[in-house]
Design a protein around this ligand. Sequence first.
Ligand code: ADP
Ligand code: ZN
Length: 531
Amino acid sequence: VGGMAAVADSEALAALHKVFGYDAFRGEQEAVIEHVVAGGDAVVLMPTGGGKSLCYQIPALVRPGTGIVVSPLIALMQDQVDALRALGVRAGFVNSTQDFDERRVVEAEFLAGELDLLYLAPERLRLDATLDLLSRGKISVFAIDEAHCVSQWGHDFRPDYLTLSLLGERWPDVPRIALTATATRATHQELTQRLNMPTARHFVASFDRPNIQYRIVPKADPKKQLLSFLREEHAGDAGIVYCLSRKSVESTAEFLTRNGIEAVPYHAGLDAGTRAAHQSRFLREDGLVVVATIAFGMGIDKPDVRFVAHLDLPKSVEGYYQETGRAGRDGLPSTAWMAYGLNDVVQQRKLIQSGEGDEAFRRRAAAHLDAMLALCETARCRRGQLLAYFGQDPDPAGCGNCDTCLTPPETWDGTIAAQKVLSTVVRLQRERGQKFGAVQIVDILLGKRTGKVIQFDHDQLSVFGIGQELTEGEWRGVVRQLLAQGLLAVEGEYGTLVLTEASGAVLRREREVPLRKEPKKPVSAGAGSSS
Ligand code: ADP
Ligand code: ZN
């Protein structure tokens, strides 16, 4: 066996040099490739940019037959295949964007043994015609890309992936390799089970991206905050700014352009030509900023993205990690910067409640949001929290390259403040049968006689004006953190505040509520450039 492995090894190395033009394998690549070339199943967890593609491309070249790559990213298949063909690899794809004739050509090449790699969308494997086609050719390896899509608890579930468990039953002698860049401990286990790969070897690369500095600042005037962040730290750099809505994508791109920063919008509402033009400008030009919805970035392989900025809260830690991971693939210092505020929490909670999907779907979405909020509100190392989320043990001493390590946030005993907020919510509900949003609650605490306060006689409440010791911004911070900690909840389309089961313990003084102090000023620019 040792001799066999050595031969396969040298063939793999030859392919690496000759086909791909690289000197050496990176990280786990060599071990993965050796294992798969020898016929073993593998589950590979490697962050974006880690080099997952070679892990199946080289076995496909070395082993006899065609490597079948299952990928949900239909839009990227053409590019991937073109890139491989340019290297002299015989690659093709079959998906719904092709007409009958184009598909026939690729199928014929496969049957004639003229393909090294064949890319397929997962939904094709539901078709008997596809399974039939595959049984008539010779397959070297099955690669299941974006394997986390099989997990129902993950953030990107695709039902078609559930059919992939049949591959092992129908082709027991063909090695399978499942790859993903986002897997928590739970998703990792689930995907192994659902893909039916009990004997697979697991290769887990570190998810740490030490050159990325993580920073999350309280949102005040997000566009202006973004502008000074860019001016002070990333003038002339290429980067991506993520916004939730198309409208804010457009207005942010305009705002940056007006302020002398070259920026283009990217979202699904733009026509395909404009999107392609903006994407290729981003790849080609130096220092262009793309303002985008999450539609942008899948498969973007630009090494010198110096920053990724979020003006809105991502829906999950997996999403945040994937999006920020597009920064600094060249290993040079880069920044993941996010502005986050009370409205983000209220909005996302509302979205989950009023959104489509059954109860289980909502529970899952809420759990993902909770993990994201915990990351935002942590007073500990952000990187540590991220790594722990992905099942890795972080350095207990902190990373020294995130905002909480660089400028440790002060915490304070927010128990009394929390009680004040919660009892205002209780009073409104018990005494008046009313529910209100955060703005009204804060106005009542501050004793502000606004139109709406007068209209509802809220200046007659016993809690009116009992919160003069904090500023408006600080009260919003308290409410935000209570929401994040699950001590307060949002309800209905107006985002009214209501108690949770956990609120009672605070009101009864049975538990304390440590809170993060709101910085007077966002974490200052250049905080990391000294280290
Ligand atoms: P992933 O799929 O894990 O996000 P890719 O397979 O796209 O990562 O690889 C990321 C980048 O690293 C690509 O530009 C790829 O060509 C490059 N790369 C991968 N392996 C090596 C290697 N052994 N040596 C040099 N560059 C590599
Ligand atoms: Zn840190």
